[in-house]
Design a protein around this ligand. Structure first.
Ligand code: AMP
Length: 493
């Protein structure tokens, strides 16, 4: 099934319903957006000669055009390659080259950034909103091109922790499963429900766009094209029943924002993509009320591994409320999640190991990267690279990224443990400085704990040794929880 059918049908049955909002205004209705997607599809196929399955890139800041572009690309049987507008031109060039996209739609200004790095395979770089862009909608509309669920719909480039970005292949089936999961377990959508795209549409926020189209919601883009706390407050007031995806750093900025909004206008703020400290979650609930849900996912299983529902977050009287708030919730219904040791053996409840998952929402592999695909999907399970543990009630707590692990003296050191060990001994601000002697002792203690937790089966515990550079890396990686937040902050700038 082609996802393009969702917009196509909405255009047929509810052409007069609002589909797109820019700032506080409705700017397009479903009939118009569906018509534009069908015309764009005709141009892509007939004028540009793109064949079903070919890739079309979008390197754009958030804009309302994103919806017609994504659905137009699918309508033509093509695959979209949304790229983060904050990437350097060189990185965008790499994505264009690796995906083999012959056409790229870019925000005004980004075209100049991309042009010097554009690969020879790129035939057209079209500025969204330009005259050339508008000319694409002059063709006679065509019918949605038939697609199988296993056909590629979205090539999702993830930066990962090492190496070059990898393109997670998200098929029509994967995106449909993620959309159903969102609409049934995170945030049921009524017609007219606004979804505010303050987070990047090339990433998490965009992944919720399809469900809102399927359910006749309104995809709303701030005039700033991104996240400005004051503007978000105004838009919440302008759009009663607003939902949005927000990285924890965005939630924190909203909590601190001096501007006011009517919290009753917020339907659901979904946080995820990075750890949220319990204190921050509490502060957010105190300010805006029980209007939050959490998701844990990654590009390879888009927005869909576990969720902590709005009801669970609202249930302050529950004896384990605070504990649950510190977890990433329970697995979505559409997939299996397990915890495994370094040899992929399932670990008992309560033990810490790598989080693996499998199900319809998991990517079938990385684009043109059989080695990485085989490694990530070995044994039929997606190896998330995240480390966590289930409690007896089935709630998953994330602990670390396994890719940040340091192996020293034959032991796995999880950086967070090293950091916490250092913190436990003194001033955390001085942890970077590694006072003489303290680092080794702290590292030893962390390694001891790491060995007990993760390598308990090893019969021959070894004497822990930790070289100075490794210690620094450990602390830096342990700081990763914050570093990732800083990176997210950077993306929002
Ligand atoms: P990406 O593929 O860029 O979306 O990054 C996904 C990564 O973000 C995951 O593998 C986790 O390490 C992290 N992440 C996502 N959701 C959460 C969450 N709710 N809590 C903590 N970390 C998260």
């Amino acid at each position: 099934m082609n996802l393009a059918l969702w917009l196509h049908r909405a255009g047929l049955s509810h052409g007069d319903r609002p589909a797109l909002g820019l700032g506080a205004r409705v700017i397009r209705r479903y009939g118009e957006v569906a018509g534009r997607a069908a015309k764009l599809a005709a141009t892509l196929q007939q004028k540009f000669g793109l064949q079903p399955g070919e890739r079309v890139a979008i390197a754009a800041k958030n804009c309302t055009d994103y919806v017609e572009l994504m659905f137009g690309i699918w309508h033509a049987g093509l695959a979209a390659v949304p790229a983060n507008a904050k990437l350097h031109g060189r990185e965008l060039g790499y994505i264009l080259q690796h995906s083999g996209a012959r056409i790229c739609f870019a925000s005004d200004g980004l075209d100049a950034e991309i042009a010097p790095h554009a690969p020879s395979t790129l035939e057209r770089l079209i500025v969204i909103g330009s005259r050339d862009y508008e000319a694409l909608f002059a063709a006679e509309p065509i019918a949605p091109w038939p697609r199988d669920g296993n056909d590629l719909a979205w090539l999702f480039y993830t930066s990962g922790t090492t190496g070059r970005p990898k393109g997670a292949m998200l098929t029509h089936r994967v995106l449909a499963a993620a959309s159903f999961a969102y609409a049934s377990e995170v945030n049921p959508i009524a017609p007219g429900s606004p979804l505010l795209h303050a987070a990047p549409m090339s990433h998490g926020s965009g992944l919720y766009m399809m469900a809102h189209v399927a359910r006749l919601g309104v995809n709303v883009v701030p005039e700033s094209s991104g996240f400005e706390a004051d503007e978000v407050m105004q838009l919440i007031d302008a759009w009663p029943g607003t939902s949005m995806f927000a990285a924890p750093t965005m939630v924190k900025r909203l909590v601190k924002c001096d501007a006011q909004c009517d919290p009753d206008h917020i339907k659901t703020i979904v946080w995820g993509g990075a750890p949220m400290y319990v204190a921050d979650a509490r502060a957010a609930i105190d300010r805006f009320g029980p209007r939050f849900a959490q998701i844990y996912g990654q590009g390879e299983s888009p927005m869909t591994i576990t969720t902590l529902s709005k009801q669970e977050i609202a249930d302050r009287d529950h004896p384990r409320w605070a504990e649950r708030l510190g977890s990433a919730g329970r697995p979505f219904g559409c997939l299996e999640v397990t915890i495994a040791d370094g040899d992929d053996r399932a670990l008992p409840t309560g033990e810490t190991g790598e989080i693996l998952c499998r199900g319809d929402v998991v990517m079938p592999g990385y684009w043109n990267n059989p080695e990485a695909s085989a490694a990530a999907l070995r044994g039929g399970w997606l190896h998330t690279g995240d480390v966590g543990a289930f409690d007896a009630e089935g709630y998953l707590t994330l602990k670390d990224r396994s890719k940040d692990v340091i192996i020293s003296g034959g032991s796995n050191i999880y950086p967070r443990e090293v950091y916490l060990a250092a913190r436990g001994r003194g001033n955390p601000a001085r942890a970077h400085k590694r006072p003489r002697g303290l680092g080794d002792r702290a590292a030893r203690s962390a390694m001891g704990r790491g060995r007990r937790r993760l390598c308990g089966r090893r019969r021959r515990p070894r004497r822990a040794r930790c070289a100075v550079p490794q210690w620094h890396r450990a602390v830096q990686a342990a700081e990763g929880l914050r570093v990732r937040e800083c990176a997210a902050e950077e993306q929002l700038r």
